[in-house]
Design a protein around this ligand. Structure first.
Ligand SMILES: [Zn+2]
Length: 325
């Protein structure tokens, strides 16, 4: 039995995970004002699940941060106070069982691959920013230190707008296909066309939110539809490249913005289909993510289960090598 922990900007979710099923789930608000409070909150939630589900063989943790995977140390963390925290060591000490820590987008991709039964999968998470994960032959691809697979920071246009992420580049996918990019474009248009329906949706903060833009597009506003069309086109450009590079069986689209997929998905798939290499394109499925609200917890649990299985295989492999020598 393994536990999955999903640390979000607003809540911490913990559950026992069996295959791709989560049970004994609990949720608590995330403590954001200090690191110790956050860690104590995680411990409290984990112990609550352990009281019902029993002692786990391992714990997987997904956090919205950059993680050096081997040590489970948080390299940087914008929304929650974990920068520099050796999370794997800290939680391992508290619980006395193996702990594995990964970026939440990697966990979501791993969950999706196991839920749909795909061994080769790319997942894009479209939200405030653009996250992503790559699963190759059933395992998460992370690069040399765990910092890789930053799919949102692939350049779509070298002369494009500054990337809204913590990133020095211009014209990344995140600069076109994120909630922040939609907000930027909708606000700019509202300020240029002061009599437009989008201008009427300017909020007290002087911005048109992504949510308002989506709502305007749903109402049939031409300006809003044009912005969504551009969003879809750029997303299609990105999808085509991911398909060409990774040749996944499936490319899944998740995240909060996927709820507005009726405004962009068909158009993005058409764009991608006109750009991807034909032999790869005819073998890939582009689909909305099937994992629901508990995908983060499930992915963290799957991570722990995969790592334990991997380690056991590693052991037997080492023994075999020794025998041969
Ligand atoms: Zn970027």
């Amino acid at each position: 039995m393994v536990l999955g922990v999903d640390v979000g900007g607003t809540k911490i979710a913990v559950a026992a995970v069996d295959g791709v099923k989560a049970t004994h789930a609990v949720e608590h608000p995330t403590v954001l004002d200090n690191t110790d409070g956050l860690l104590d909150g995680m411990e409290h939630a984990v112990r609550e699940v352990m009281r019902e589900a029993g002692e786990p063989d391992a714990i997987g943790v997904g956090v919205p941060s950059q993680i050096e995977y081997e040590t489970g140390t948080v390299e940087s963390s914008v929304n929650i106070p974990l920068t520099g925290v050796p999370l794997r060591e800290e939680l391992g000490r508290r619980f006395g069982v193996p702990v594995f820590v990964d970026n939440d987008a990697n966990c979501a991709a791993l969950a999706e691959a196991h839920i749909v039964g795909a061994r080769h999968l790319v997942m894009l998470t479209l939200g405030t920013g653009v996250g992503g994960g790559v699963v190759i032959n059933g395992l998460t691809f992370r690069g040399a230190h765990g910092l890789g697979a930053e799919l949102g920071h692939m350049t779509i246009n070298p002369d494009g707008p500054p990337c809204p992420g913590n990133c020095p580049n211009h014209g990344c996918l995140e600069a076109y296909c994120s909630g922040q990019a939609l907000e930027r474009d909708a606000t700019e248009l509202a300020n240029d066309k002061t009599n437009s329906p989008l201008a009427a949706r300017l909020g007290p903060d002087g911005k048109v939110s992504g949510r308002e833009l989506v709502s305007a597009a749903d109402d049939g506003d031409g300006d809003a539809l044009l912005l969504m069309e551009n969003f879809a086109r750029m997303l299609g450009v990105g999808i085509a490249t991911y398909v060409n590079v990774f040749e996944p069986e499936r490319l899944a689209i998740g995240g909060g913005l996927s709820r507005a997929s009726h405004l962009f998905l068909d158009r993005a798939v058409r764009e991608a289909g006109s750009r991807a290499l034909p032999a790869l394109w005819e073998r890939v499925t582009i689909a909305l993510a099937e994992g629901g609200a508990d995908a983060g917890v499930i992915g963290a649990g799957v991570l722990a289960a995969v790592e334990i299985a991997d380690r056991d295989t590693g052991k037997s492999h080492a023994t075999t090598t020794e025998g041969i020598e």
